[in-house]
Design a protein around this ligand. Structure first.
Ligand SMILES: Nc1ncnc2c1ncn2[C@@H]1O[C@H](COP(=O)(O)OP(=O)(O)OP(=O)(O)O)[C@@H](O)[C@H]1O
Ligand SMILES: [Mg+2]
Length: 229
């Protein structure tokens, strides 16, 4: 099974967009793909037969593309209503974000008969969970490989290199990066070329502004990922 964790240089950098695109590309290769969004903050309250449920937009988008018949609760087990740092949302409810629970939940997803599990992080690489813990610890305990999404804009070289260094210093494998280019950037090609020198891992895709996920999915080079089965 391929286990991939999608992180980014920042919040709003394109993690969900890249996750949707990658899941679609893998399904185009006839693979069974499950999705996981361990923690979300920014949800709608929805009334269901089971009571009130918090539904996160990213979880919905991932559920729309993944093909392992997962419920929204399975995709996103920890959800907070307000769009704020998750550990602050947890503190406001007098609760803590439990890494052991997330780890167990992830292990249940891996028992689905799927070929790939794509996890979308929250924020950037070092997302605090409170009490000195970080979401990056889950990536280590669940033995996932990391994909770094770089939102191509001024300042991204610094953010990309710092994120890469941090992932590697955690003892994790960074299997590739994505140049996400929804906005125009001066000297975009030169910046991508510089990152190809600075980041010793393959560029998996350069994604331009494209709302059709099926079209964007064709741009992914899956070879470096599929060799990690
Ligand atoms: N290459 C692209 N082409 C078109 N739209 C894009 C592209 N990349 C990102 N977007 C859009 O930009 C917005 C932010 O991207 P996205 O939601 O994927 O970021 P994120 O890193 O998942 O954010 P968060 O930290 O909130 O989870 C979304 O509306 C998304 O659809
Ligand atoms: Mg997202």
């Amino acid at each position: 099974m391929i286990k991939l964790f999608i992180t980014a240089t920042d919040t709003d950098a394109g993690k969900t967009y890249v996750a949707q695109t990658l899941i679609t590309a893998l399904i185009q290769k006839n693979l069974k793909v499950a999705a996981f969004k361990p923690i979300s903050a920014g949800c709608k309250k929805v009334q269901t037969q089971q009571g009130t449920q918090l539904i996160n937009e990213d979880a919905l988008l991932l559920s729309n593309v993944a093909n392992c018949q997962q419920s929204i609760e399975q995709i996103n087990p920890v959800a907070f209503e307000e769009p704020i740092a998750p550990h602050i949302a947890a503190q406001k409810q007098n609760c803590t974000i439990d890494l052991a629970f997330l780890n167990e939940h992830y292990n249940k997803i891996t028992t689905n008969s799927c070929d790939v599990v794509i996890t979308e992080g929250a924020g950037g690489w070092r997302l605090p969970l409170g009490g000195g813990r970080f979401l990056s610890e889950l990536v280590k305990t669940t033995d996932q490989h990391v994909i770094l999404v770089v939102n191509m804009k001024l300042g991204c070289l610094n953010h990309a290199v710092l994120s890469y260094e941090s992932i590697i210093s955690d003892g994790l494998a960074c299997v590739g990066w994505v140049a996400n280019c929804p906005e125009t950037m001066a000297y975009l090609d030169e910046n991508i070329a510089e990152l190809e020198q600075l980041l010793p891992m393959p560029l998996l895709a350069k994604l331009d502004n494209e709302t059709d996920i099926e079209i964007a999915a064709k741009k992914f080079n899956l070879t470096p990922l599929i060799s990690h089965v």
